[in-house]
Ligand binder design. Structure first.
Ligand SMILES: [Zn+2]
Length: 287
């Protein structure tokens, strides 16, 4: 079986070939990144990267790889893994904790279910350079528990998912089956009233699921405040870190924004491409 060292060697070769084959995205992501080496090793262990025969690749050269008919498949498989793992174009994990955990979780998810789909030709053009032909990952959320308030908190959470789906290529849908879910929505005791209102992190089941936790001590007097908190946490679930730019949803302080703002949208689209899963509405709001 492959070890980290032989994989690292094979990866450098793949990276070199990817750059020559005009896939700088993949090439730079693979070049000398320890996180990626470890992640790929897991992919190999889990028999996801079945095309990656490391015994052969260890002795491959950039030139031989470029001629290998399997090289396209190898690139595709690795690109899928990287994008799903929330790696940015420079190859760094976009979020040092969530991103890494998510990577492990996605590796598991990819190996055991069929939730991945490939974009069709009509939506592939919306993907950023280097991400073309990559699969769509669907977030399936399941409501375990929601807080009570004067408004319908469950509906408000659904709206928050839709608000992200409306501005980037991430896809969300609700599932009634907790086993199918990759995001569990629940109320839990976090830190009492105030401070952390909600958080997003890796869930139970050995990291198979992500969790969107809502602090059970909070009092949600306005729908706006609730949506601002939830929409922000969903931003983390799709791999966005905080920004220092004031007024943005992904600023760590809950502010006026309850929806993704200009910079939030730009960052989400860098990861997920443009929105592809919304029915177009013709209605325009007028004041
Ligand atoms: Zn945050």
């Amino acid at each position: 079986m492959a070890d980290s060292k032989s994989l690292a060697k094979a990866m450098t070769t793949i990276a070199g070939a990817a750059i020559k084959a005009k896939s700088p995205f993949l090439g730079s992501a693979l070049m000398g990144k320890r996180d990626v080496a470890d992640g790929l090793l897991k992919l190999v262990d889990r028999k996801f990267l079945t095309n990656l025969n490391l015994g052969e690749l260890e002795n491959a050269t950039v030139e031989s790889l470029l001629k290998d008919p399997k090289f396209d498949e190898i690139q595709q498989a690795i690109s899928n893994a990287l994008r799903l793992a929330q790696l940015d174009s420079a190859g760094g994990l976009s979020d040092p904790t969530l991103g890494k955990k998510m990577f492990n979780w996605l590796l598991t998810a990819m190996g055991c279910d069929g939730k991945l789909e490939r974009p069709n030709a009509s939506n592939a053009k919306d993907l950023p350079d280097g991400a073309k032909g990559l699969p769509t990952f669907e977030y399936q959320y399941h409501f375990q528990s929601v807080p009570t308030a004067a408004f319908d908190t469950r509906e408000a959470i659904v709206r928050c998912f839709i608000n992200w789906q409306a501005v980037c290529g991430a896809k969300f849908s609700e599932t009634k089956d907790p086993d199918k879910a990759n995001v569990l929505v629940k109320i839990e005791s976090i830190d009492g009233r105030g401070n952390t209102l909600a958080d997003a992190h890796i869930g139970p089941s050995d990291g198979f699921q992500l969790e969107l936790r809502i602090d059970d001590s909070e009092v949600w007097d306005t729908e706006h405040k609730f949506e601002a908190a939830i929409c922000h946490e969903i931003g983390h679930l799709i791999g966005l870190q905080h920004t220092s730019t004031p007024g943005q949803l992904m600023n760590s302080t809950v502010g006026t924004a309850a929806k993704p703002q200009t910079e939030d949208i730009e960052r989400a689209q860098q990861k997920w491409g443009k929105s592809r899963f919304m029915k177009k509405k013709k209605k325009k709001k007028r004041r």
